[in-house]
Write a protein that binds this ligand. Structure first.
Ligand SMILES: [Cu+2]
Length: 126
């Protein structure tokens, strides 16, 4: 009986130790980092966060908010396009950068006379 109990205890501990790393992901899922970018007409501010450094291979959530008029958010090189974001609206785009580099983002809606100056960049580092 003693040895059966001992074997059972050893079994339970082994299973527990093996299962722990897997359990960790279940109990505390890794939430991607959020990058909040507010958009205003260029005459006022443009993108409030116009340069962001992120890590290659790590998923991020871009939280895009139009603060005044309708805007859009595109990163042509990454094929990212929010579509129109209406005043006060928020859109979330989740993506995982696969390549290092500097990616220009810009507004895709002609929102003011200086719309074409509305730009920023995301830098993807190793
Ligand atoms: Cu614009």
């Amino acid at each position: 009986m003693f040895f059966e109990t001992l074997a059972l205890v050893a079994f339970v501990i082994t299973v527990g130790v093996l299962a722990l790393p897997a359990m960790d992901g279940l109990i505390m899922p890794q939430e991607p980092d959020e990058i909040i970018i507010r958009m205003y007409v260029q005459e006022y501010l443009g993108f409030d966060s116009n340069e962001t450094v992120i890590k290659k291979g790590e998923t991020v959530k871009l939280v895009l908010i139009s603060m005044d008029v309708a805007h859009g958010f595109i990163i042509p090189e990454l094929g990212i396009n929010s579509g129109i974001i209406l005043p006060g609206e928020k859109k979330v785009i989740e993506f995982t950068p696969e390549e290092e580099g500097e990616y220009t983002f810009m507004c895709s809606v002609k929102c003011s006379a200086t719309h074409s100056l509305m730009r920023g960049k995301i830098i993807v580092e190793e």
